[in-house]
Design a binder for this molecule. Structure first.
Ligand code: 5AD
Ligand code: SF4
Length: 484
């Protein structure tokens, strides 16, 4: 095996965008014998932080490790190799990871041969990697979001040389097809349709950690979905940081509407997608969503703020009026649609009045669900150069006010499902009660229910008997029928 040279992240390089065509690598994954057998008699533990893109990357990491004959364990203490696939979106996400790495010291003392690997978005940050190298001797291997396919060789080097192995690419990124995958679900699957992001919202680190926007070819996506269908998958979620921009880098117009229509024609029972950007959301999309019943009537449409001046300094590229127009159109065309969103409070210079505009927008859109965040400055982003001048106490107060409103509307929206029947894809037994099943309705409502002969992975009709703020309770339809 060749001598290994460490490659450290470089955020300045990560910012660069060229007009070069994305390289598509079709990985054959033919590993040398000694690398392929590295996992014989060895175990791995993998923890994922952050978003669905990271979940999906973890499925690739798991797939590669299984090709290398590693066996998965559910407890970190039983592992020979430990992986943390990390998220960099906010500082508190990172602090959590640092805390958990700190605790690994104990495990390392018990098992000096234990290998600890850190991957994902945190690995793409210079300051994080420098801190890990200087202060966390328990870290053996660091690799980034662009070179997961290199894992077999990196792990081999870390295990055999016993030297710290760091390889993080900061170039725009490629598309690597045909990597092994060990999917965590049997009925619902994540399908990447694109990687990276070129939007550069001023607060966001993702364009730096995940590189330029690279759309997969439509035929590769459709082939993956056809295969999932053959394997019995009921639901696919099309993933990208900005799915509505799908195909722009391939010179397609209205690419996402076209792709979505083709995916719908595969007749896979359920299709979801995430995340949509209001700026790239074209009206054709609304028509496609309306036309096909296997495209689920639920949309995650992050708004971030309800004030035009704040949206402008966030670099979002749309106005509140445009957002409301899209919302109205979707509601009008798809009356049973549900909405979720992301909102940031306490962005630099956000005044109380500007925050009230966000509350007013929530009153307008009456979201079913919202992920709400306190602004967190991120290394190398333009917003990090602005003065983070909203006092912490004020940020927390705004978050609390916002969350109260969100819960109010979630509860209010849920009322309309009482005594109605919803179609639910059965995920399994509820985490809290082993006699209760849970799953999601077409509208993306979490439903907990009881019933006879319930089969995981099937779509069942559930009669709703009780409303909670963030879930619904019910009974499988046949049972109600028998009782009545
Ligand atoms: N601070 C707080 N929230 C952020 N998000 C992204 N970057 C930041 C940041 N620096 C939020 C946005 C985004 C979601 C995934 O995370 O709301 O939509
Ligand atoms: Fe996902 Fe963004 Fe977190 Fe990376 S930083 S894991 S892309 S949410």
């Amino acid at each position: 095996m060749e001598k290994f040279n460490n490659i450290l992240p470089d955020l300045k390089k990560a910012k660069i965008r060229t007009k070069d065509q994305t390289i598509i690598k079709r990985e054959i994954f033919d590993l040398p014998e000694q690398v392929k057998n590295l996992g014989v008699g060895r175990t791995y533990f993998l923890r994922t932080y952050g978003c669905q893109a990271n979940e999906r990357d973890s499925e690739t990491i798991a797939g590669i490790l299984e090709v290398m004959s590693f066996t998965k364990v559910d407890n970190e203490e039983d592992a020979d190799v430990l992986f943390f696939n990390t998220c960099a979106i906010r500082k508190n996400a990172e602090d959590k990871v640092f805390g958990e790495i700190g605790m690994l010291k104990k495990l390392k003392r018990k098992n000096p041969d234990l290998i600890f690997a850190l991957s994902g978005c945190m690995a793409q940050e210079e300051s994080v990697v420098n801190t890990l190298l200087a202060k966390y001797p328990q870290v053996d291997l660091i690799f980034g979001t662009h070179n997961i396919h290199r894992l077999p060789y990196l792990l081999y080097n870390a295990m055999m040389s016993k030297e710290k192995t760091v390889e993080v690419y900061s170039e725009e990124g490629e598309i690597v097809e045909n990597l092994p995958v060990s999917r965590f679900g049997k009925y619902k699957a994540w399908v990447n349709i694109m990687y990276g992001c070129d939007k550069f919202c001023t607060y966001c680190i993702v364009p730096y950690t995940r590189g330029k926007q690279r759309s997969r070819l439509m035929e590769d996506i459709l082939e993956e979905i056809e295969e999932l269908k053959r394997e019995g998958y009921q639901e696919v979620c099309l993933l990208g940081q900005n799915v509505n921009a799908y195909g722009k880098d391939l010179g397609m117009e209205d690419g996402f509407a076209k792709l979505l229509e083709e995916v719908a024609k595969t007749n896979i029972p359920r299709i979801r997608f995430s995340t949509s950007h209001p700026r790239d959301f074209c009206e054709n999309m609304v028509h496609v969503m309306k036309k096909y019943t296997n495209i689920m009537p639920s949309l995650h449409l992050p708004v971030q703020s309800g004030n035009n001046d704040i949206l402008k300094i966030m670099g979002r590229g749309y106005t509140v009026e445009h957002y409301k127009h899209l919302y109205d159109l979707l509601k009008q065309e798809i009356p049973n649609i549900t909405f979720s969103t992301d909102i940031i409070v306490g962005f630099p210079n956000e005044t109380h009045e500007q925050f009230l505009d966000t509350l007013a927008l929530v009153d307008y859109c009456k979201y079913d669900l919202a992920y709400t965040f306190i602004y967190s400055p991120r290394e190398s982003t333009p917003a990090a150069k602005m003065v983070d001048n909203v006092p912490e106490e004020e940020k927390s107060k705004r978050l609390q006010m916002l969350n109260e409103k969100i819960t109010y509307y979630s509860n209010l929206n849920n009322q309309k499902y009482l005594h109605k029947t919803l179609k639910v894809l059965v995920d399994g037994l509820s985490k809290k009660n082993k006699e209760v099943y849970s799953g999601y309705s077409e509208e993306n409502k979490l439903v907990n229910f009881t019933g006879k002969n319930v089969e995981v992975g099937k779509i069942v009709e559930v009669y709703i008997t009780e409303i909670k703020s963030y879930s619904l309770n019910g009974i499988v339809k046949e049972e109600t029928d028998e009782q009545s």
